[in-house]
Design a protein around this ligand. Structure first.
Ligand SMILES: Cc1cc2nc3c(=O)[nH]c(=O)nc-3n(C[C@H](O)[C@H](O)[C@H](O)COP(=O)(O)O)c2cc1C
Length: 184
């Protein structure tokens, strides 16, 4: 049966390198019959978490802040797979993605033990630097995040050596992203 996949795209560049990875991944996943929805977070109105612990009272609108996260919550709740897609910014995910991800805590607040809904997860990332030393901080973060959420990692792709828009063209990671989607 086809899976429901939600991509949170934290790149503000509409045709950037992260988007290249997303397009390749989506093509593979859609060829396999999976349903994919992608949110371009940089074009949405999403505020940072207030840390108020006042959410979780309404499953359809779990956060006290009423912004474009309301579009994401229902898709997130229904998703089998969440894809975190982002440029590497200072050895982490972009602020756009961090903001949106923090706000998913409101969904965990719907559970009396703050349990997060169970998801599978994928990381797609573009970065200027290349190699394991450059990737390590973000991979450590990704693994710690998933361990905390009790989510399963289905794969991660970090396309190194890409800086300007268009640099991703012909990159080996595009094939990897396509195959990751196709083999889900
Ligand atoms: C604010 C900022 C911080 C960045 N920090 C890093 C970094 O820590 N490591 C790295 O390898 N590249 C870094 N980069 C480069 C981007 O990851 C790279 O340009 C990437 O291809 C951008 O993806 P995009 O085209 O999807 O926006 C940074 C770029 C910006 C604008």
């Amino acid at each position: 049966m086809g899976k429901k996949i939600v991509i949170l795209n934290g790149s503000p560049r509409a045709n950037g390198n992260t988007k290249g990875l997303i397009d390749a991944f989506m093509q593979g996943a859609q060829e396999k019959g999976h349903e994919v929805v992608c949110f371009d977070l940089g074009r949405l109105n999403i505020h940072g978490c207030l840390g108020c612990f006042g959410g979780g009272k309404d499953r359809l609108s779990p956060c006290v802040q009423k912004d474009d996260m309301l579009k994401i919550y229902p898709e997130y709740m229904a998703a089998d797979v969440v894809v975190l897609a982002s440029p590497m910014y200072y050895w982490g995910i972009s602020g756009q993605l961090k903001c949106a991800f923090d706000r998913l805590f409101a969904v965990a607040e719907c559970d009396e033990n703050y349990e997060n809904p169970k998801k599978d997860c994928i990381l797609l990332m573009a970065s200027e630097g290349d190699g394991i030393d450059n990737s390590k901080p973000v991979l450590d973060y990704y693994q710690a995040l998933l361990a905390h959420l009790n989510w399963k990692n289905l794969g991660y792709i970090i396309a190194g050596g890409v800086l300007k828009i268009g640099d991703i063209k012909g990159h080996k990671a595009l094939k990897d992203a396509f195959n990751l989607g196709k083999n889900l």
